[in-house]
Design a protein around this ligand. Structure first.
Ligand code: 4GX
Length: 249
């Protein structure tokens, strides 16, 4: 199955330029994913190319109108199929996190509505959009960056996209913990030494140290990630060791 992403946007080059590089660019080149960009401007229904209008109820800020967006979605579905999943990126959406990625990655055709202005007419969200997602609690100038985040994060999880080394690394974060610290040569910079265990060649001890530090960092920096998580006794022991070593217990 080839996964297809269609992005409806006023800035198609913004999307295509980013997606030329790195892991996602290579997935495109190898035909693992297929990208389709739709320029919303092409679906203007007015003589002067407008796709927005003022907000009912008054106030500043323009709203994307129903007819052009609906026409763009219809056109996207001609290619991608009637059962494509339409995502709308907005701060009102559900948090787009690694759990969301897991749930969305099996969808074959995803259409991402990445607009500008203050937002889209609510009737589009109610009738034409399948799910609404937020990448975080801040306001951006458009949905293009969030759309790219969705494409990047989902594409990385497709089998064959990452090399086996990279996917092994990924497996170790996908259990919902923060990453452990990384070091490379030289072993000493000024008076800062790489933790001795990482130089020991003892793979069991290294794995234990990494797990301990992943748990400890998560507990200190993002306790919310641990609050709904079952920790087996071994992890509790490692976390306690981390807290004792760092004077936190
Ligand atoms: N997580 N956005 C801007 C613009 C917009 C207007 C019309 C579609 C149609 C955001 C976020 C965010 C989303 C503000 C797009 N998009 N999106 N809005 N935070 O800030 O996802």
């Amino acid at each position: 199955m080839i996964k297809q992403f269609t992005v409806i946007t006023l800035f198609p080059e913004f999307i295509s330029d980013y997606l030329r590089f790195g892991v996602v660019g290579s997935a495109v080149d190898r035909g693992i994913i297929n990208l389709n960009l739709i320029d919303l401007r092409d679906f203007s229904v007015s003589r002067n190319g407008r796709i927005d209008d003022s907000s009912y109820g008054g106030g500043p800020g323009m709203v994307l109108a129903v007819p052009p967006v609906r026409a763009a979605i219809t056109s996207a579905k001609v290619d991608a199929g009637e059962d494509s999943h339409v995502m709308y990126m907005s701060p009102q959406g559900a948090r787009f996190d690694q759990y969301a990625v897991k749930n969305l990655r099996d969808l074959e055709h995803i259409i991402i509505l990445a607009g500008r202005y203050e937002g889209i007419d609510q009737r589009l969200i109610d009738r034409d959009v399948d799910s609404e997602w937020s990448v975080g609690d801040y306001v951006l100038s458009g949905g293009e960056l969030p759309g790219l985040i969705v494409i990047d994060a989902i594409t990385r999880t497709i089998p064959g996209v990452l090399g086996s080394d990279e996917s092994a690394i990924n497996d170790s974060f996908s259990d919902g913990l923060l990453d452990f610290p990384h070091y490379t040569r030289p072993a000493m910079i000024d008076d800062a030494q790489v933790p001795q265990v990482l130089l020991s060649g003892n793979h069991g001890e290294i794995a234990r140290w990494r797990r301990k530090n992943a748990l400890g960092r998560t507990y200190v920096g993002r306790p919310d990630l641990l609050s709904n998580k079952f920790l087996p006794d071994g992890d509790r022991e490692l976390l306690k060791e981390f807290l004792l070593e760092n004077g936190l217990l």
